[in-house]
Design a protein around this ligand. Sequence first.
Ligand SMILES: [Zn+2]
Length: 269
Amino acid sequence: MPEGDTVWNTARVLHRALAGARITGSDFRVPQLATTDLTGWTVRESASRGKHLLLRLSAPSEEHWTLHSHLRMDGAWRAYAPGERWSGRPAHLIRVVLRSPGAVAVGYHLHELTLVPTATEEHLVGHLGPDLLGSDWDPAEAVRRLADHPEQTIGEALLDQRNLAGVGNLYKCEVLFLRGVSPWTPVGRVPDLPGLVALAQRLLAANRGRWTQSSTGSLHRGQTSYVYGRRAQPCRRCGTAIRKEELGERVTYWCPVCQPDHPVPPPSG
Ligand SMILES: [Zn+2]
């Protein structure tokens, strides 16, 4: 599932494949960019912001433009060597192909694919909270934004990219398990919000540079999560059956024993 770490990894793959290269051919397969031709443009860099990908380009006129994309649940970019077989996904999912002398980048099932002046990038990503994997990561600001809505459930608040950018459903479930916090706890009653935010950042950062997402430290299939995707399986700590229910617009997984509904309130005074 593409979360902040997956998008960060993807940005790095694109950067290594294309940064500094001149585009020798482009093929957009989305209506809004069907007539766009980036031949002769140069790739300056590839970056991520939360779950958004920003491929920054220079037009032949030297103007700076950004090709923006979002992976959501199922999107992906792959980089291939010229002549290499494209093995990523079925061809009908291809939304864009960018060719350079050294690599071919193929975007599959991308969402929100747009080309905007780099100076206006903020219109696309300016609403996002601090980026957990950004160089400007600001945990205090993330905590402040979360605490601004004390009645919201922590399960929903962690997924709201306006609070902090990069946490998806997997890390949300895992962080709450590791902190012993029920996903239904109102933000205002979470005992240690800064500790929870710090753990979320550490989990995402630990998975940079690899495609297997693990919160347990194990990279073995079936052992990479404590609760996510483990409905009815025994909790790795207490043996209780892991539960799965809808929370807001998403499902959530949790252990009813390790994550009780009524957490101990923080010490007063
Ligand atoms: Zn448990």
